[in-house]
Design a protein around this ligand. Structure first.
Ligand SMILES: *Cc1c(COP(=O)(O)O)cnc(C)c1O
Length: 340
């Protein structure tokens, strides 16, 4: 099969050789019985890394967020969330379908933050006409944009002052931490619970972690089983996850450097605009002058390049399997496409 240069997402990385070796050699046991020592160690290691009491491994980020919502909220409860947030928009309405949990979506502002005054005013009074507002859910990074520590701290204070819990959809929080030049703990300390994807820029093939207190994770383990996420010999995935949170974390800066370089290379091409201020992590967003997404993707395939584009928007994502050498060819493709 032809090897494409794949800029569609950072989910496309394949486990590298050292990761495959570690997976092959991992000790395994039945994790539903709590017998998988590699997974038990990994969950403790990860909890320590984020400064939370406990963590739980789940097959996907979607399930991680779903289990968080099911654990935080009862039927008829409400959570406040971004109208374009993954949890609300891209997870099939799971919280409503499976938990009877009502979302209160609010529009995102600059950098994917929710306006805290608007959050405050959308918290419902204790009155049986209203759903019970229980949870505030943020996303960082959001479409590659990063909210500040000061913002997250203010959101935490608002939530706690109003007896809400606060959850972070931190699928790409490692990218956010890198951008903010803080460790994962600093971000995690602003939230009661956090979900983090191992299978994006960090490079594992499968998996997400959910973080919280011992009591929260015990209850989340129950919901994981209920939603079909109790798995058996997962030591192999723990081995991959461990490398994601060590080696994968340590090389993540390369992706940010590559995205910045790419944005620079694309900055003077007629027919597209690099979205100003959006190249903060491993994504570059382009606005196309005309709605040529379909033609663009088709032409890219001819050059061995895969792109994600729709209408007048194109998102380029760099990751471990994209090297610095691959960037000029991508820039040349755009140049050629728009000068043809
Ligand atoms: C990818 C992603 C998820 C879901 O992860 P999956 O593993 O694809 O289910 C959740 N939230 C955000 C912000 C994401 O980017």
């Amino acid at each position: 099969m032809k090897q494409f240069k794949d800029f569609r997402s950072d989910t496309v990385t394949r486990p590298h050789e050292a990761m495959r070796q570690a997976m092959m050699q991992a000790p395994v046991g039945d994790d539903v019985y709590g017998d998988d020592s590699a997974m038990n160690h990994f969950q403790c290691f990860a909890a320590e890394l984020l400064g939370h009491e406990a963590s739980l491994f789940l097959p996907s980020g979607t399930q991680s967020n779903l289990v968080a919502l099911l654990t935080h909220c009862q039927r008829g409860d409400e959570y406040i969330v971004g109208a374009e947030a993954h949890t609300y928009l891209y997870e099939g309405g799971g919280a409503a379908a499976l938990g009877g949990i009502q979302p209160q979506p609010l529009g995102f502002g600059h950098n994917g933050e929710l306006d805290l005054a608007q959050v405050q005013s959308s918290i419902k009074e204790d009155d049986f006409h209203f759903a019970r507002t229980r949870l505030l859910c943020l996303e960082n990074s959001q479409h590659g944009r990063v909210q500040s520590m000061a913002y997250m701290q203010a959101a935490r204070k608002l939530a706690h002052d109003n007896a809400l819990r606060i959850h972070l959809d931190g699928a790409r929080m490692a990218n956010a931490a890198l951008r903010l030049n803080v460790d994962l703990k600093a971000i995690a300390s602003c939230f009661d619970t956090v979900s983090l994807c191992l299978s994006k820029g960090l490079g594992a093939p499968i998996g997400s972690l959910l973080f919280g207190s011992e009591a929260f994770i015990a209850e989340a383990r129950r919901w994981r089983k209920v939603t079909g996420g109790g798995m058996r010999q997962v030591g192999m995935l723990a081995a991959a996850g461990k490398l994601a949170l060590t080696d994968g974390l340590n090389r993540l800066h390369e992706d940010h450097e590559h995205a910045a370089a790419l944005a620079q290379m694309l900055s003077n091409i007629d027919g597209l605009t690099v979205r100003e201020g959006w190249t903060q992590t491993n994504m570059v967003w382009l606005d196309l002058q005309t709605p040529c997404a379909e033609a663009l993707k088709a032409a890219a395939v001819q050059r061995g390049i895969l792109l994600s584009a729709s209408g007048t928007t194109c998102r380029l994502v760099v990751h471990r399997d994209i090297k610095a050498d691959d960037l000029p060819a991508l820039a040349r493709f755009f140049q050629d496409f728009f000068s043809a």
